[in-house]
Design a protein around this ligand. Structure first.
Ligand code: 4NP
Length: 179
């Protein structure tokens, strides 16, 4: 049977959709995803309706620009990494976003523990890789301690996964002005 991505949760407010991308440091994976998804949203004509933000569960790099290796891979593929500054995830992000996508299982666990271990499952919180049309749910591997090829791998995963997410956004009535 052919693969279908999970449906996107309904917007909290009609006509607006807020996506948050979360990793550990907010200097490698989620910034790459933030830049690529923002660009795809713009190309799809959704920029006035869809916001994209990213953060890290750890606070070590708050205020820093992207890791230079992440910035290089983005520049090599014609994206602009220059505006990013690292932020730390906070519980309020769960209320402020329609969809919170974590890069790996540890990030998802950490965000889940911010919600409270006993909370009911939240359809708005899941792995970014759940929308990956190739791996169907794999983690985005942490490239921080590896070589440049790890950053290329992250970008390839991110590009194909953002295409799936944007297709989902385009199917939400009221986001394109063509509902
Ligand atoms: P990221 O990568 O979570 O993709 O931004 C990392 C960045 C920094 C650290 C670990 C992973 N660190 O240990 O400082």
């Amino acid at each position: 049977m052919s693969w279908l991505p999970p449906p996107l949760p309904a917007p909290r407010q009609p006509g607006r959709y807020a996506v948050a991308l979360v990793c550990l440091g907010n200097i490698c994976r989620s910034p790459i995803a933030d830049v690529v998804l923002s660009e795809r949203v713009d190309e799809a004509g959704l920029a006035g309706h869809v916001t994209v933000a990213s953060s890290g569960t750890g606070g070590w790099h708050v205020g820093d620009p992207m890791d230079p290796r992440a910035a290089s891979v983005l520049l090599a593929h014609d994206y602009d990494p220059s505006l990013h500054r690292a932020r730390q995830f906070a519980a309020s992000w769960l209320e402020e976003h329609d969809l919170v996508l974590c890069m790996d299982a540890r990030n998802l666990e950490d965000v889940t523990s911010v919600r409270g271990e006993d909370s009911a499952p939240d359809e708005r919180l899941r792995l970014f890789g759940d929308f990956d049309p190739v791996t169907h749910g794999a983690e985005v591997p942490d490239p921080y301690y590896g070589g440049p090829e790890g950053f290329e791998e992250v970008l390839a995963m991110v590009e194909r996964t953002c295409a799936t997410i944007v297709s989902g956004l385009q199917r939400i009535p009221g986001l394109t002005g063509r509902s």
